[in-house]
Design a protein around this ligand. Structure first.
Ligand code: GLU
Length: 420
């Protein structure tokens, strides 16, 4: 199976072939502007010292300051961070916000640390990142294993080093310190807006069945919002538990429980009538209208792709589909709305947060959601204009999104020129 970096590069070259991209851009766009890697010590609560490894990769800044999340996960590698940085370049270009792409990560299981250990790790890593990040330079945000509190520590550590408060250095902060209304739910809400637009020509979302893999701030919020918009969420799962109910699961109630610190396992224990436990792999092959992989990368593979029964896949996670699985879906006529379009709601509202922080202004949640909807629908329509839904065998929406992104990034490179 390809690694996520191999998949990202293969997809890029495939897209580059289609737009007949000259070699000079090909090399530029498969290289990484800055690769930062550090090993740093953190004193744990028992006074032992543990060395952690962290990364920040800036892929390309032709379209503006760079943007991308920071993940805390025990599987983080430099290749993974590179692939995700490249995807951020495309994602920002697809939704047409003025940012380049970056990503960061620390190899750590955040659940194994106490809050004070997590804070120490975050502050030390932020101080290592001081030469790289900045409100005009590179702006981190939450990703897997990080949250608004982690962003608050980053903002505070950066501000302490500079001597004054700089809210625009990071997005996804708590609202009380310059975060944006609507940012926390933005990725899930963006998925909803794209799905509603996609289904608008064929009867809309009400009554459609859905399987959502992952129940964090992407999958949990998406499941809740889609249920509230009338979908029947028949399968949900987190990393330990998968649940099914043919009439639909009350995802909104499960999300309230998980938000309060619980898991799907403990929710089921309290509400045994709410759903039946099923095998985790059953979620991906569930008999539903729409599959939303919103957990980790590379879950849809050559092995399980032939068994997928949904006719539509909406990618909530980054890179959930391997290149082999993608080819199988194209062959089978299954539509995939790719990550760089479908889950771009998070970075889109990060952009709104950055604008608000720079202006010391606060938008209402209605304003944020209305602008998010506008940008997501415009991006969806731009992609579908390049590859109409149902263009079986001719193109995919992933390819179309990438063509659009590559063209926009290349236009910026051309206008700016190569220095000197
Ligand atoms: N981590 C999110 C993503 O993968 C958001 C990035 C951001 O807001 O900068 O798109």
């Amino acid at each position: 199976m390809d690694s996520i970096l191999e998949s990202a590069l293969a997809q890029f070259h495939h897209g580059a072939d289609h737009v007949q991209l000259p070699d000079r851009y090909r090399e530029l766009l498969t290289s990484f502007k800055t690769t930062f890697q550090t090993q740093f010590p953190v004193e744990l609560d028992d006074h032992s010292v543990h060395i952690f490894e962290g990364f920040r990769v800036i892929h390309n800044s032709a379209r503006g300051p760079t943007k991308g999340g920071l993940r805390y996960a025990d599987h983080v590698t430099l290749d993974e961070v590179r692939a995700l940085a490249m995807l951020m370049t495309w994602k920002c270009a697809v939704v047409n916000i003025p940012f380049g792409g970056a990503k960061g990560g620390v190899r750590v299981d955040p659940a194994a640390l106490t809050q004070s250990e997590l804070q120490n790790l975050t502050r030390r890593f932020t101080s290592e990142l001081l030469p790289i990040i900045g409100p005009d330079q590179d702006i981190p945000a939450p990703d897997m294993g990080t949250n608004p509190q982690v962003m608050a520590w980053i903002m505070d550590t950066y501000s302490a080093a500079k001597g004054y408060t700089i809210p625009a250095v990071v997005t996804g902060k708590p609202v009380a310190i310059g975060g944006s209304e609507g940012r926390f739910e933005a990725t899930g809400r963006g998925l909803l807006y794209v799905l509603e637009e996609h289904l608008s020509a064929t009867g809309g979302l009400p009554g459609r069945t859905l399987a959502v893999q992952g129940f964090g701030n992407v999958g949990g919020v998406a499941a809740k919002l889609m249920q509230q918009a009338g979908a029947r969420v028949t399968f949900i799962s987190d990393k330990d538990t998968a649940l099914h109910h043919p009439d639909g699961i009350d995802a909104a109630a499960a999300w309230v429980h998980v938000q309060g610190g619980g898991s799907l396992k403990s929710w089921l224990e309290q509400h045994p009538e709410a759903a039946e436990p099923v095998a985790p792999e059953d979620v991906l092959t569930a008999d539903v209208d729409v599959l939303v992989p919103a957990a980790v990368q590379s879950v849809l593979t050559a092995e399980n792709a032939p068994a997928v029964r949904a006719r539509l896949i909406l990618e909530g996670a980054n890179g959930p589909t391997t290149t082999e699985a993608d080819a199988i879906f194209a062959e089978r006529g299954i539509t995939v709305i790719p990550d760089i379009l479908a889950n771009a709601g998070g970075v889109t509202v990060s952009y709104f947060e950055w604008v608000q922080a720079r202006q010391y202004m606060q938008w209402t949640e209605d304003q944020v959601n209305a602008e998010l909807r506008r940008l997501m629908i415009a991006a969806y329509r731009n992609v579908v204009a390049r590859c109409p839904i149902g263009s079986r065998g001719e193109c995919t929406q992933r390819e179309a999104a990438l063509w659009l992104a590559i063209e926009r990034v290349v236009e910026a490179i051309n206008l700016r020129g190569i220095f000197p």
